[in-house]
Design a protein around this ligand. Sequence first.
Ligand code: IYR
Length: 225
Amino acid sequence: MTQPTNPHSHPKGWIPLDRYRPNGTTLEAATDFYNTIKKRRTIRSFSDKPVPKEVIEQVLLAAGTAPSGAHKQPWRFIAISNPEMKHTIRVAVEEVERDFYDDKASNRWLDDLEPFETNPDKSYIDTVPWLIIVMALRTTDDGGQVYYLNESVGIAAGMLLTAAHQAGLATLTHTPSPMKFLKEILNRPENERPYMMIPLGYPSDNCHVPNLTRKPLNQISTFIQ
Ligand code: IYR
Protein backbone atom coordinates (compact mmCIF):
# COMPACT_ATOMS: atom_id res chain seq x y z
CA MET A 1 0.00 0.00 0.00
CA THR A 2 1.31 3.44 -0.85
CA GLN A 3 -1.41 5.72 0.42
CA PRO A 4 -4.45 4.30 2.27
CA THR A 5 -7.70 4.17 0.33
CA ASN A 6 -9.38 5.77 3.31
CA PRO A 7 -7.02 7.93 5.43
CA HIS A 8 -9.51 7.71 8.30
CA SER A 9 -9.80 3.91 8.31
CA HIS A 10 -7.39 3.72 11.22
CA PRO A 11 -8.51 5.59 14.37
CA LYS A 12 -5.15 7.37 14.57
CA GLY A 13 -4.82 7.89 10.84
CA TRP A 14 -1.96 6.77 8.60
CA ILE A 15 1.67 7.98 8.57
CA PRO A 16 4.58 7.47 6.17
CA LEU A 17 6.70 4.42 7.12
CA ASP A 18 9.66 5.42 9.33
CA ARG A 19 11.92 2.96 7.57
CA TYR A 20 14.86 1.30 9.33
CA ARG A 21 18.00 1.55 7.22
CA PRO A 22 21.06 -0.34 8.41
CA ASN A 23 24.56 1.03 8.06
CA GLY A 24 26.30 -0.78 5.21
CA THR A 25 24.70 -2.92 2.58
CA THR A 26 21.72 -5.19 3.08
CA LEU A 27 24.00 -8.23 2.82
CA GLU A 28 26.44 -6.81 5.39
CA ALA A 29 23.58 -6.11 7.79
CA ALA A 30 22.07 -9.57 7.32
CA THR A 31 25.46 -11.23 7.84
CA ASP A 32 26.27 -9.12 10.91
CA PHE A 33 22.99 -10.08 12.52
CA TYR A 34 23.49 -13.77 11.78
CA ASN A 35 26.96 -13.60 13.33
CA THR A 36 25.43 -12.07 16.46
CA ILE A 37 22.43 -14.34 16.81
CA LYS A 38 24.31 -17.55 16.07
CA LYS A 39 26.03 -17.09 19.43
CA ARG A 40 22.73 -17.32 21.27
CA ARG A 41 22.67 -20.41 23.44
CA THR A 42 20.22 -21.69 25.98
CA ILE A 43 22.00 -21.91 29.32
CA ARG A 44 21.19 -23.49 32.66
CA SER A 45 23.99 -22.00 34.74
CA PHE A 46 23.47 -18.35 35.59
CA SER A 47 25.55 -15.78 37.43
CA ASP A 48 23.93 -13.85 40.28
CA LYS A 49 25.34 -10.63 38.76
CA PRO A 50 22.51 -8.09 38.89
CA VAL A 51 20.90 -6.77 35.74
CA PRO A 52 19.43 -3.28 36.16
CA LYS A 53 15.68 -2.94 35.81
CA GLU A 54 16.25 -0.39 33.04
CA VAL A 55 17.83 -3.13 30.90
CA ILE A 56 14.85 -5.41 31.41
CA GLU A 57 12.54 -2.55 30.47
CA GLN A 58 14.31 -2.12 27.13
CA VAL A 59 14.20 -5.87 26.47
CA LEU A 60 10.47 -5.98 27.21
CA LEU A 61 9.82 -2.91 25.07
CA ALA A 62 11.62 -4.71 22.24
CA ALA A 63 9.49 -7.84 22.78
CA GLY A 64 6.39 -5.66 22.74
CA THR A 65 7.16 -4.50 19.19
CA ALA A 66 6.26 -7.97 17.87
CA PRO A 67 3.54 -8.22 15.24
CA SER A 68 0.25 -9.67 16.45
CA GLY A 69 -3.14 -10.65 15.06
CA ALA A 70 -5.13 -7.45 14.41
CA HIS A 71 -2.49 -5.69 16.54
CA LYS A 72 -4.14 -6.93 19.74
CA GLN A 73 -0.73 -7.32 21.45
CA PRO A 74 -2.00 -10.33 23.42
CA TRP A 75 0.91 -10.65 25.84
CA ARG A 76 2.05 -9.55 29.27
CA PHE A 77 5.51 -9.96 30.75
CA ILE A 78 5.82 -10.43 34.52
CA ALA A 79 9.41 -9.53 35.46
CA ILE A 80 10.40 -10.94 38.85
CA SER A 81 13.58 -10.13 40.75
CA ASN A 82 12.07 -10.47 44.23
CA PRO A 83 14.03 -13.33 45.92
CA GLU A 84 11.07 -14.65 47.94
CA MET A 85 8.82 -14.74 44.89
CA LYS A 86 11.51 -16.44 42.80
CA HIS A 87 11.98 -19.02 45.54
CA THR A 88 8.26 -19.70 45.82
CA ILE A 89 8.16 -20.26 42.06
CA ARG A 90 11.25 -22.48 42.17
CA VAL A 91 9.69 -24.75 44.77
CA ALA A 92 6.45 -25.04 42.77
CA VAL A 93 8.29 -25.60 39.46
CA GLU A 94 10.47 -28.31 40.94
CA GLU A 95 7.38 -30.17 42.12
CA VAL A 96 5.92 -30.12 38.58
CA GLU A 97 9.26 -31.18 37.11
CA ARG A 98 9.74 -34.04 39.58
CA ASP A 99 6.38 -35.36 38.47
CA PHE A 100 7.54 -35.06 34.84
CA TYR A 101 10.85 -36.88 35.31
CA ASP A 102 9.53 -39.55 37.73
CA ASP A 103 6.18 -40.23 36.17
CA LYS A 104 4.83 -38.38 33.17
CA ALA A 105 7.68 -38.37 30.68
CA SER A 106 7.91 -41.27 28.24
CA ASN A 107 11.17 -43.22 28.08
CA ARG A 108 11.73 -41.90 24.60
CA TRP A 109 11.42 -38.33 25.89
CA LEU A 110 13.83 -39.00 28.75
CA ASP A 111 16.27 -40.59 26.29
CA ASP A 112 16.06 -37.49 24.08
CA LEU A 113 16.80 -35.27 27.08
CA GLU A 114 19.72 -37.31 28.38
CA PRO A 115 22.38 -35.48 26.29
CA PHE A 116 21.30 -32.21 27.94
CA GLU A 117 21.58 -33.53 31.51
CA THR A 118 18.39 -31.76 32.54
CA ASN A 119 16.71 -32.73 35.78
CA PRO A 120 14.10 -31.40 38.24
CA ASP A 121 16.65 -29.20 40.04
CA LYS A 122 15.82 -25.63 39.05
CA SER A 123 18.08 -23.89 41.58
CA TYR A 124 19.07 -21.36 38.91
CA ILE A 125 15.69 -19.70 39.56
CA ASP A 126 17.09 -18.59 42.95
CA THR A 127 20.38 -17.46 41.40
CA VAL A 128 19.28 -15.66 38.27
CA PRO A 129 18.57 -11.92 38.69
CA TRP A 130 15.34 -11.94 36.67
CA LEU A 131 12.63 -14.41 35.91
CA ILE A 132 10.31 -13.27 33.13
CA ILE A 133 6.94 -14.96 32.95
CA VAL A 134 5.37 -14.54 29.53
CA MET A 135 1.58 -14.52 29.71
CA ALA A 136 -0.68 -15.08 26.70
CA LEU A 137 -3.87 -13.03 26.87
CA ARG A 138 -6.88 -15.15 25.91
CA THR A 139 -8.88 -11.94 25.58
CA THR A 140 -7.85 -8.31 25.62
CA ASP A 141 -7.98 -6.67 29.05
CA ASP A 142 -11.43 -5.28 28.21
CA GLY A 143 -12.73 -8.70 27.15
CA GLY A 144 -12.21 -8.25 23.39
CA GLN A 145 -11.28 -10.97 20.89
CA VAL A 146 -7.64 -11.81 20.13
CA TYR A 147 -6.37 -13.60 17.04
CA TYR A 148 -3.47 -15.96 16.31
CA LEU A 149 -2.64 -16.00 20.02
CA ASN A 150 0.10 -18.64 20.00
CA GLU A 151 1.76 -17.24 16.91
CA SER A 152 1.70 -13.69 18.30
CA VAL A 153 3.04 -14.56 21.75
CA GLY A 154 5.59 -16.95 20.27
CA ILE A 155 7.01 -14.19 18.08
CA ALA A 156 7.12 -11.79 21.05
CA ALA A 157 8.91 -14.38 23.17
CA GLY A 158 11.41 -14.96 20.36
CA MET A 159 12.04 -11.26 20.11
CA LEU A 160 12.54 -11.11 23.88
CA LEU A 161 15.23 -13.81 23.64
CA THR A 162 16.82 -11.94 20.74
CA ALA A 163 16.77 -8.59 22.55
CA ALA A 164 18.31 -10.14 25.66
CA HIS A 165 21.04 -11.77 23.57
CA GLN A 166 21.77 -8.49 21.79
CA ALA A 167 22.27 -6.91 25.25
CA GLY A 168 24.82 -9.61 26.19
CA LEU A 169 22.42 -11.52 28.40
CA ALA A 170 21.49 -15.17 28.30
CA THR A 171 18.17 -16.92 28.66
CA LEU A 172 16.50 -20.26 29.12
CA THR A 173 13.12 -21.07 27.61
CA HIS A 174 11.33 -23.09 30.23
CA THR A 175 7.83 -24.52 29.90
CA PRO A 176 7.03 -26.72 32.88
CA SER A 177 3.77 -28.50 32.26
CA PRO A 178 1.25 -27.72 33.59
CA MET A 179 2.05 -24.07 34.31
CA LYS A 180 -1.26 -23.17 35.94
CA PHE A 181 0.40 -22.88 39.35
CA LEU A 182 1.99 -19.62 38.17
CA LYS A 183 -1.39 -17.98 37.78
CA GLU A 184 -2.22 -18.79 41.36
CA ILE A 185 1.14 -17.85 42.89
CA LEU A 186 1.17 -14.58 40.97
CA ASN A 187 -2.55 -13.95 41.48
CA ARG A 188 -3.10 -13.12 37.82
CA PRO A 189 -6.38 -12.20 36.12
CA GLU A 190 -8.61 -14.73 34.36
CA ASN A 191 -7.61 -13.74 30.82
CA GLU A 192 -3.89 -14.55 31.31
CA ARG A 193 -2.45 -17.98 30.49
CA PRO A 194 1.17 -18.72 31.49
CA TYR A 195 3.00 -19.29 28.21
CA MET A 196 6.69 -19.51 29.04
CA MET A 197 9.14 -18.87 31.86
CA ILE A 198 12.36 -17.13 30.86
CA PRO A 199 15.19 -16.91 33.42
CA LEU A 200 17.37 -14.05 32.23
CA GLY A 201 20.82 -12.95 33.37
CA TYR A 202 24.53 -13.37 32.71
CA PRO A 203 26.01 -16.84 32.27
CA SER A 204 28.01 -18.18 35.23
CA ASP A 205 31.80 -17.90 34.87
CA ASN A 206 32.30 -21.54 34.00
CA CYS A 207 29.08 -22.00 32.05
CA HIS A 208 29.26 -24.99 29.70
CA VAL A 209 26.76 -25.87 26.99
CA PRO A 210 26.40 -29.00 24.88
CA ASN A 211 28.42 -28.94 21.67
CA LEU A 212 25.40 -28.64 19.40
CA THR A 213 25.48 -28.22 15.67
CA ARG A 214 22.73 -26.48 13.77
CA LYS A 215 21.20 -27.78 10.59
CA PRO A 216 22.87 -26.41 7.49
CA LEU A 217 20.98 -24.04 5.23
CA ASN A 218 20.15 -26.72 2.69
CA GLN A 219 18.31 -28.72 5.34
CA ILE A 220 16.30 -25.84 6.75
CA SER A 221 15.39 -24.23 3.45
CA THR A 222 14.30 -24.80 -0.09
CA PHE A 223 14.62 -22.04 -2.64
CA ILE A 224 12.23 -21.85 -5.56
CA GLN A 225 13.63 -19.29 -7.99
N1 IYR B 1 10.59 -29.24 31.33
C1 IYR B 1 11.65 -30.16 31.75
C2 IYR B 1 12.05 -31.11 30.67
C3 IYR B 1 12.59 -30.57 29.41
C4 IYR B 1 11.92 -30.81 28.23
C5 IYR B 1 12.44 -30.40 27.03
I1 IYR B 1 11.50 -30.86 25.28
C6 IYR B 1 13.66 -29.72 27.00
O1 IYR B 1 14.17 -29.30 25.77
C7 IYR B 1 14.34 -29.49 28.16
C8 IYR B 1 13.79 -29.91 29.38
C9 IYR B 1 12.83 -29.37 32.32
O2 IYR B 1 12.86 -28.15 32.17
O3 IYR B 1 13.70 -29.97 32.94
